[in-house]
Each structure stands twice: as structure tokens, then as C-alpha cells.
Write a protein that binds this ligand. Structure first.
Ligand code: PMP
Length: 348
């Protein structure tokens, strides 16, 4: 049985969170002399001289409505990368505990593990990039506190079979993180609808992909209220800046535009999926539910450098085990995709 309290790092369990004077004060006031801000104003304009809301209440209330969860089930991070880091810091004791991840996958799980001195165990995805569930179960040790599953997976683009995920959620007594950074481009349903069922489930999403706000740095972690409270307790108090809170709040009104953009990107992705295999250097195009495509080519390094010389930057993934000979190509605009196809055709 999953027991949240038993996997919280002892120092995290004991510590008190940072509290500002504005947290303690509940009345009305118009003179704020508590936070050593510049009360004359801000060189950046607006009210940026003031610290942002550390609880991000407005933003969380609106996101909660859109995502159909309770605001207390949402953690907001400076990108979902911050949520990944805080999950490790909350649940994995340095030098003792471990996380398990399933390569080829997103690189930050490993970077965060190394940074926090958390052991990293890996189980390679199958050749069609699904989870070998039995092998994963056999790799779990008493020290394994977090299992990272990325779906749709970066860099492979496919969604992970929900039955495998369900088996792992049912049987693993640590936290299962499902990183859904690319969920808006997928036909698969989000796991946020299953939070009540699984107290060990954390779902990560981000405003960096479909929402087009990578520069603002806002990521989300969804989980049980108790689990989210731990992340909120240990986060830097002002991790989401005022400009980001304001701009994202405005953007949340424009879900219609989001839908149109996602449709266009998915349409462009499908055009690339059809066009790429016609080119002689392309050996295989992996099916994608994301806003990028993994493409196996005859000579990945050579094509990568050729494209670079043409001013086209793609991601060379050919040195990753399981992605040998592959480039990961983000879906661009119609014009960019045409330029890419033309360049690959000229490459021969
Ligand atoms: N998860 C995955 C799978 C990603 O590919 C990325 C970004 N490349 C992230 C998380 C991090 O996103 P953010 O910009 O929210 O930190």
C-alpha cells in the first residue's frame, strides 16, 4: 500500500515552510512596509515592485476550472522542470534513494537525479517504445521512490499504453510521475482524471508546448492535496513571477485559439509524417502523438550537419540507445516544414 508520509524525506517532513508577513496578515491594508520592496515604483513599470502572490491563487483557480481538478491539487513550477527537481528533493534522500526511468526518454529526470545525488535506475523501453512492465517491476528496490513515465514520450513521440501504466500504479508503492508535456497533441486522455483513484499518481503538464509560452516558464504538477502540499511547502516562495502569473491568466481566456493552434500543428505533423518517408535518406518515421517526430535516416550525423549548414536546427538523437540513426524534428510552420523537406530532398 502506498503511504505518502512514509516516503517523505525526514527533513522535509520536519521543516517549516518560509512564511512572509503577508501570509500571516489577513486584514486590509494600503501601506506595505514588510517586504523591503521599493515603494517608489518599478523601473519595469506596472506593479512589478511588489513580490508576486506566492500561492498563485488566481492562476490556480482558473487552471483548476479548465483542468477539472481542485486548486489544492495543483502545484505550479518555474517550468515543469522545477516540479521534477522538487519531487526528487521531497521524496528521495540524497545518497540513499533511487528513481527509475525508462529511456529513451526526457533527459531532465537523469540530470535532476545527478544534481540531487539520487541513484538512477533505468529500464529500456521496448523496440516500439512501450513499457516492459514485468522488467520494470523487477527493477524496483526498497529505495526506489519515484518512477518517471513520459507520455507522449520525448523523444519517441508515442503515447504509453494505459494498461501498463495502470499496472504500475497498482503495484508500485512509490510515486508514479506521468509527464504529459505533450498531452495536448495526443488522442490519449490525460491521467488527471484518475487522481482520486491513485494517491501515488503525479501528472506533469506545461505551458511551454501547446500553449506556446516556453519563455514564461510555467509548469504544472497535479496530485493528491497531501502530496501537492509537500511540493508547495518546499518550493522557493516566489517561484512564479508576476509577469508570468498575469500573462498566463490572460492567455487562459483564449482556449479557442489554443484549440486552433493544436489542430494546425497536428495537421502539419501529419503532412510531415506522410512526406518524410518519400525522401530517399529517410528509413522510418515513428508515429507521433506530440509536436515532434522521430525520424530514422541513413546517416543522422551527416544529415544533421547538412541541415545546420542550411540554417535548420533539428535535434540529433542518434547517440541515444534505442534512437540510433534518429533525428528528432519539431513540427514548424507550413513554410518551415516545406523548407525542411526541400533541404532533406536536396541532401539526397
Ligand atoms: N517534460 C518533457 C517531456 C519535456 O520534453 C519538457 C521540455 N522539453 C519538459 C518536461 C520541461 O518543460 P518546461 O518548459 O515546463 O520546464
Amino acid at each position: 500500500m502506498f503511504n505518502l508520509e512514509s516516503i517523505i524525506r525526514p527533513n522535509v517532513l520536519k521543516m517549516k515552510p518560509y512564511a512572509s508577513a503577508r501570509d500571516e496578515f489577513k486584514g486590509a491594508a494600503n501601506v506595505f512596509l514588510d517586504a523591503n520592496e521599493n515603494n517608489l515604483g518599478s523601473l519595469a513599470g506596472e506593479n512589478y515592485n511588489r513580490y508576486p502572490d506566492p500561492h498563485q491563487n488566481k492562476l490556480k483557480a482558473t487552471i483548476a476550472e479548465i483542468k477539472g481538478v481542485n486548486p489544492n491539487q495543483i502545484f505550479l513550477g518555474n517550468g515543469s522542470d522545477e516540479a521534477i527537481d522538487l519531487l526528487l528533493r521531497a521524496f528521495c534522500t540524497p545518497g540513499v534513494d533511487a528513481l527509475l526511468c525508462l529511456p529513451p526518454t526526457y533527459g531532465m529526470y537523469e540530470v535532476s537525479a545527478n544534481l540531487n545525488d539520487v541513484h538512477i535506475d533505468t529500464v529500456q523501453l521496448t523496440p516500439d517504445f512501450q513499457i516492459p512492465v514485468r522488467e520494470v517491476m523487477q527493477s524496483i528496490k526498497p529505495e526506489t521512490k519515484i518512477l518517471f513515465i513520459c507520455s507522449p514520450n520525448n523523444p519517441t513521440g508515442n503515447s504509453i499504453d494505459p494498461e501498463s501504466i495502470e499496472t504500475l500504479l497498482d503495484n508500485f508503492e512509490g510515486i508514479v510521475v506521468i509527464d504529459e508535456a505533450y498531452i495536448d497533441f495526443a488522442t490519449a486522455a490525460s491521467w488527471t482524471t484518475r487522481l482520486e483513484e491513485y494517491p501515488n499518481l503525479v501528472v506533469l503538464q506545461t505551458f511551454s508546448k501547446a500553449w506556446g509560452m516556453a519563455g514564461l516558464r510555467l509548469g504544472m504538477a497535479f496530485g493528491s492535496e497531501a502530496l501537492i502540499a509537500i511540493l508547495d511547502k518546499i518550493k522557493p516562495p516566489y517561484n512564479i513571477n508576476e509577469a508570468t502569473q498575469e500573462l498566463v491568466l490572460q492567455a487562459l481566456d483564449k482556449t479557442e485559439v489554443l484549440k486552433d493552434m493544436v489542430e494546425e500543428i497536428v495537421q502539419e505533423r501529419e503532412l510531415l509524417v506522410q512526406a518524410l518517408p518519400q525522401l530517399s535518406t529517410v528509413e522510418f518515421v515513428y508515429p507521433s502523438e506530440a509536436n515532434f517526430i522521430l525520424v530514422k535516416v541513413k546517416d543522422a550525423n551527416k544529415l544533421y550537419n547538412y541541415l545546420l549548414n542550411k540554417g535548420i536546427v533539428v535535434r540529433n538523437r542518434s547517440s541515444l540507445k534505442g534512437c540510433e540513426g534518429c533525428l528528432r524534428i519539431s513540427v514548424g510552420t507550413l513554410e518551415e516544414n516545406q523548407e525542411l523537406l526541400k533541404a532533406i530532398e536536396e541532401f539526397g
